[in-house]
Design a protein around this ligand. Structure first.
Ligand code: ADP
Ligand code: MG
Length: 407
């Protein structure tokens, strides 16, 4: 999601904003780490006042992620869209009810039907039920977060039916932190490890419910408009908070969740019916004497907990049917957009067909890194919905099952 990089001007003129620039702690004796330049700076890249400007190379070559670790560099996919599937374990209730396993992870890249082993789908990576969120993060998120710190836009989606593990994966809890807290901590660690640059981090948190954009950091910010200018799309009037520590950023999410409660009679229902987007906006510029002339970068990291993808056929009330049709449309559009991004040949990408894709347009297009994590349960009672998720993920990125994996 793009918002205006307004702080670029503000930073120069406002003392308050200047204080908010996050620097790594001074370590004059330490060897200076150059900022890695494996990604391309996207969005609006500005330059410093020096004329000897150095622009990071435009290249995504080489394995940026452990997803491709072990592969020959030349053989590593050059795409910047990864699609993975995460199984959750059967819940204690499902076990008590005698649920059986309908789908399972067959190795690291294939999901197979227990009932009909010839039905199988391949992905960049498949995470078995025993996988921890930390492991999911290392494979499917870390390269997106480090890219965002280097000026490359990044977007991570959790897609799946209600109860499949989207919120567990993105938010987690104290015992098992999700991708959002892990990403926020990682971002601040990267700042510590990059003494030759200074960073300004801002967060926003919004919800899309029935194609209406609401600001979760500002209860007055309801039904916000998505606007467009030559630099891309942005949400008009969204509140952005400068953050100075991981705890600060996470406290804002907690406050945002409180706002979701307001006015809703059934929080669980609402949470499965809306998309939430947590955006970390990163501005970075050189500091110290040796770096004069290096580019200032501006990028966004969008971390998204999507609405439940369950089919709405069974919905009886008008309100639920309306919600369901909005969700179906936006998820269908998302699938189409990602599949067109991965196939690389598409000329028209229908970003405008939903609010979700429209406001993510700047981040998804170009060299932005995208990670789609599809969550599923192995349970037989959910077999058909799981199959729908697997087909969605396969359509987003068509990876064929290898002959050696056929059964
Ligand atoms: P969703 O957000 O997709 O509706 P949740 O993330 O709320 O689903 O998960 C539903 C339940 O399953 C929660 O109690 C959650 O803690 C549990 N759960 C989900 N994924 C896992 C997992 N990988 N390991 C353990 N428990 C999980
Ligand atoms: Mg959820």
């Amino acid at each position: 999601m793009a918002t205006r990089p307004a702080s670029r001007q503000r930073r120069a003129s406002s003392a308050a904003a200047a204080v908010a620039v996050v620097r790594s702690s001074p370590q004059p004796q330490q060897q200076q780490l150059p900022i890695p330049q494996s990604g391309s700076p996207t969005s609006t890249t500005t330059t410093t006042t020096s004329s000897s400007r150095l622009t990071p190379e435009l290249s995504l070559d080489g394995p940026a992620s452990p997803l491709f670790a072990g592969l020959d560099e030349d053989a590593a996919p050059k795409e910047n869209v990864t699609v993975t599937v995460r199984f959750r374990p059967l819940s204690p209730r499902e076990i008590r009810q005698g649920e059986e396993v309908a789908w399972y992870a067959d190795g690291d890249t294939v999901v197979r039907s227990e009932q009909n082993p010839s039905v199988a789908y391949a992905y960049d990576r498949v995470f078995a039920p025993t996988t921890t969120t930390r492991q999911v993060y290392d494979v499917a998120a870390q390269h997106v977060v480090s890219g965002a710190m280097e000026g490359v836009n990044g977007t991570i989606f959790a897609y799946g039916v209600t109860s499949s593990g989207k919120t567990h994966t993105m938010h987690g809890d104290q015992r098992s932190p999700g991708i959002i807290p892990l990403a926020v901590k990682d971002a601040f660690s990267i700042i510590q490890e990059t003494p030759n640059r200074e960073f300004l981090l801002r967060v926003s948190y919004l919800e899309i419910y029935n194609e209406v954009v609401n600001d979760l950091l500002n209860p007055a910010g309801q039904n916000l408009r998505i606007r467009e200018d030559p630099q891309g799309t942005f949400v008009e009037g969204i509140k952005e908070e400068v953050v100075l520590s991981p705890a600060h950023a996470l406290s804002l999410i907690a406050a945002g969740e409180e706002h979701r409660h307001v006015g809703s009679t059934n929080f669980n229902l609402l949470s499965s019916r809306s998309h939430t987007i947590f955006t970390l906006t990163v501005e970075s510029s050189p500091c110290g004497e040796s770096n004069e002339g290096e580019a200032v970068t501006f990028s966004q990291l969008n971390l998204i907990d999507l609405a439940g993808s369950e089919s709405s056929r069974a919905e009886t009330t008008g309100v639920r049917r309306k919600e369901g049709s909005y969700i179906n449309k936006s998820l269908l559009t998302l699938g189409t957009v990602i599949s067109k991004l991965t196939d690389g040949k598409a000329t028209h990408i229908p970003f405008r067909d939903s609010k979700l894709t429209r406001l993510l347009q700047s981040s998804l297009s170009g060299q932005g890194r995208v990670s789609l994590i599809c969550t599923v349960t192995p349970a037989s009672s959910n077999s058909e919905e799981t199959h729908n998720t697997l087909k969605f993920a396969h359509r987003a990125k068509r990876i064929e099952v290898q002959a050696s994996q056929n059964k």
